[in-house]
Design a protein around this ligand. Structure first.
Ligand code: NAD
Length: 437
């Protein structure tokens, strides 16, 4: 189902621009733009800790440009709660238009709540009045907190995220789970199990039981019956298999396709099509198949057996979260969502962490690693991506830790978001690595 084009035609405003030429071969779906001197990047800082981590990431990208002699023209746009407040829409058409004309999109995170400090003077003035019982004080405090998550569905931050994925045709989600030697103890699994783990989960994002029809809750013979439809057509499977083949060929050359072909017809088709695509178009990739229940177990038992995994939307939803827990910290996990053409969206796996927003406690490393994925997969700048990834490892080697990755008695230095970002930027500027111009 080559839907994205059709969806785009129906949902996006007419755009007066020429998209950048992108590299794609018949066997490749990772369609980076051709390497160039100047790229247009849309930044979506979003909510909660989003603006803080984005600011750190911008400093790091600034240092990278200076060092490597290319330009990232970065322009911000609205998404999430902040977009609801400022534009009455969680992903306004102007933001979509700007994303579509860029070479790539970097997103922090959305959602949660915010404290409306503008209400403070009124509340302070009313507090001494005797009519204000404890219950009323509680009501006033609730009034101070803006909870976007309890808005009607069309005005919730997640609706903006779904609109973005759908209208940009982002059908493939790439989630690496790499255990860094410096953070092995952050994992809940034994050191010998997680040491050296480097798994990439490629998840189909726009099909499967989440989108299949018919679906609903009906009354049959006096009983309520709920149902969804697990459905893939072969073109949807082919295109995700191509992305996975491409990713695997650029990593360790091993691809494990996960399905439930012993029970589900849709999985049998999945297995047949993946086998055809990989054997025909990626002969150097070693393909294996695994049932999803076994894959869930093997990921915990011996995750080092996996290099790249590819699976459908619902299995991928569960397995990619499971794989992230091998790493142990949300603040270290990047991700990429890409489509058949046009820019991808690169974002950390974590949410907006409203509990620590505005306190300089956020870990910016997942966003910086997402920027590295953007350089590698969207901008054809793999060497520059290597520099960012090495710089992240180097700050950890220096013993710097934000609170989320600090272990008691580890002898490391606790730093905030700003100091962590600055340390990465300093290393990017000075690290001894060669980049071919
Ligand atoms: P969360 O990921 O925001 O936070 C979970 C815990 O991890 C919190 O204790 C938080 O402080 C911590 N944490 C997360 N990221 C961190 C970072 N970079 N540095 C340090 N600590 C970090 O998950 P949640 O609390 O369930 O969700 C908060 C909001 O985020 C909700 O509104 C949710 O819907 C939204 N959300 C958004 C996205 C997204 O933007 N793609 C993803 C997940 C959740």
């Amino acid at each position: 189902m080559k839907l994205p084009i059709a969806i785009l035609a129906l949902t996006t405003p007419a755009l007066a621009f020429t998209p950048s030429p992108r590299i794609s071969t018949p066997t490749s779906s990772l369609n980076a733009v051709s390497k160039k001197d100047t790229y247009q990047i849309t930044l979506l800082p979003g909510d909660g800790i989003g603006p803080e981590i984005m600011s750190s990431c911008k400093d790091v990208l600034g240092a990278l440009q200076k060092r490597c002699g290319f330009t990232l023209e970065m322009k911000e746009a609205l998404i999430g709660g902040v977009a609801i407040d400022e534009a009455g829409d969680p992903f306004p058409d102007e933001s979509l238009e700007q994303c579509l004309k860029s070479d790539s999109v970097l997103l922090s995170c959305i959602g949660g709540y915010k404290v409306n400090y503008n209400t403070l003077p009124y509340i302070a003035a009313l507090l001494p009045l005797p009519i204000y019982s404890l219950i009323n004080i509680h009501t006033l405090i609730c009034y101070m907190i803006v909870q976007w998550d309890s808005n009607p569905r069309e005005l919730r931050p997640e609706t903006g995220l779904l609109k973005m994925r759908k209208s940009m045709g982002l059908f493939a989600n790439l989630r690496p789970a790499k255990v860094l030697s410096q953070l092995i103890d952050a994992s809940t699994l034994k050191r010998e199990v997680v040491e050296g783990v480097d798994v990439m989960v490629v998840r189909e994002l726009t099909g499967d039981v989440y989108f299949g029809t018919p679906k609903g809750i009906d009354v049959v013979d006096g009983k309520r019956v709920g149902y969804n439809n697990m459905i893939y057509d072969e073109t949807e499977i082919e295109r995700i298999a191509r992305v996975a083949g491409d990713v695997a060929s650029k990593r360790g050359g091993k691809l494990c396709s996960v399905d439930k072909a012993n029970v589900l017809d849709v999985s049998q088709l999945w297995r047949d099509v993946v086998t055809d695509v990989i054997t025909k178009d990626f002969p150097d990739v070693e393909l294996s198949h695994m049932y999803v229940d076994n894959a869930a177990m093997q990921l915990i038992r011996w995750p080092k057996q996996f290099d790249t995994m590819v699976t459908g939307n619902i299995f991928g939803d569960i397995l990619s979260d499971e794989a992230s827990m091998l790493v142990g910290s949300l603040g270290m996990l990047p991700s990429a969502s890409i489509g058949e053409s046009g820019p991808g969206v690169f974002e950390p796996c974590h949410g907006s962490a409203p509990d620590i927003a505005g306190q300089d406690k956020a870990n910016p490393l997942a966003l910086i690693l997402s920027a590295a994925m953007m350089l590698r997969y969207d901008l054809d700048r793999a060497e520059e991506a290597d520099i960012l990834e090495k710089a992240v490892e180097a700050v950890l080697d220096q013993g710097l830790r934000t609170a989320d990755i600090k272990q008691e008695g580890d002898g490391c230095k606790l730093v905030g978001c700003i100091e962590m970002g600055k340390a990465v930027a300093d290393i990017v500027a000075t690290i001894d690595m060669e980049v071919k111009v």
